[in-house]
Ligand binder design. Structure first.
Ligand code: ARG
Length: 286
């Protein structure tokens, strides 16, 4: 007893007479919100141990990739490979707000959903919310809008879906929505590999005619190989809009609410936009 679920209703009825008072009330409310979020985790099947293990595949700049080690994520305790990017920063911030330490597991993309609830507590890896995945996992509220795009050799003439139908080799990362899109257009041409780094290398080296990849990571790879490849936007091919979410075990409503709460708080107070600016909008290839 004592962990009251009710908020600070007495505070909200107090009329703040000066801006300073209003500001300090806000700070108190924020602190209380953070404390109650941390207290809530006692009922979480996966987070009550104080640790949030995050699965990702670090071949997806600027959301997750192997960086130069200069980023300092204090809550990330297992980051041997210097994995960095927006999702790492976002999960680090969520961990801080929930009072748990964050551990990063870099793994194959197609292994992430099956590992949620056993090897890892969640997946934060530019993962599109899909009905099929929802059968296996819970998703947080959407945190980023995306579409698939198409990387092509710089001299390629591919411009339409029909052109993609004529391609001999279309590279994708196994298990991605890009793979689903490519198979829908030209199943026989799909070359499914474990990492986007590999798919892009195959394109740069002339083994593939195209790579289907989320637009923003496509731009990140384009900036690394701008003399060899080009990027055509998904809207040209009428690809659907997708939304990224954090994938979690189905049997932990407490975790779902806590992560959604932290996400909403960091959107409301500007932290989310600041991280987006720092990691996505100012991304420069290393
Ligand atoms: N958004 C796509 C999907 O959910 C691709 C995600 C790939 N992420 C990665 N870290 N490699 O299937």
């Amino acid at each position: 007893f004592g962990l009251g679920a009710c908020g600070s209703s007495s505070e909200s009825t107090e009329a703040a007479t000066t801006e300073a008072e209003a500001a300090s009330t806000e700070v108190e409310a924020t602190t209380e919100a953070a404390e109650s979020a941390a207290a809530d985790l006692s009922g979480s099947k996966y987070l009550s141990d104080g640790e949030l293990t995050v699965g990702l595949n670090a071949t997806f700049p600027p959301f997750e990739y192997v960086g130069d080690g200069t980023d300092n994520f204090e809550a990330v305790t297992s980051n041997e490979n210097n994995v960095t990017g927006f999702d790492v920063a976002m999960m680090n911030e969520i961990g801080k707000r929930l009072g748990v330490s964050v551990v990063i597991e870099d793994m194959d993309f197609d292994g992430i959903v099956p590992a949620i609830g056993t090897k890892i507590d969640c997946g934060a890896t530019g993962m599109t919310i899909t009905d099929e995945r929802k059968e296996a996992v819970n998703f947080s509220d959407p945190y980023y809008d995306a579409t698939q795009g198409v990387l092509l050799p710089i001299d390629s003439e591919v411009k339409t879906e029909d052109d993609l139908k004529a391609c001999k080799a279309i590279g994708v990362q196994g298990g991605t929505t890009g793979e689903t899109v490519a198979r829908g257009i030209n199943d026989g041409a799909v070359v499914s590999v474990k990492s986007f780094n590999q798919a892009v290398l195959d394109l740069v080296n002339g083994k593939d005619d195209a790579v289907v990849i989320d637009q923003v990571p496509g731009e990140a790879f384009l900036s690394q190989y701008s003399d060899k490849i080009q990027l055509v936007e998904g809207s040209t091919f009428n690809f659907d809009v997708e939304q990224y979410g954090i994938a979690m075990p189905k049997d932990d409503e407490v975790m779902l609410n806590a992560i959604n709460g932290a996400l909403a708080d960091m959107k409301a107070d500007g932290t989310y936009d600041q991280l987006l600016e720092q990691y996505v909008n100012s991304y420069e290839a290393e």
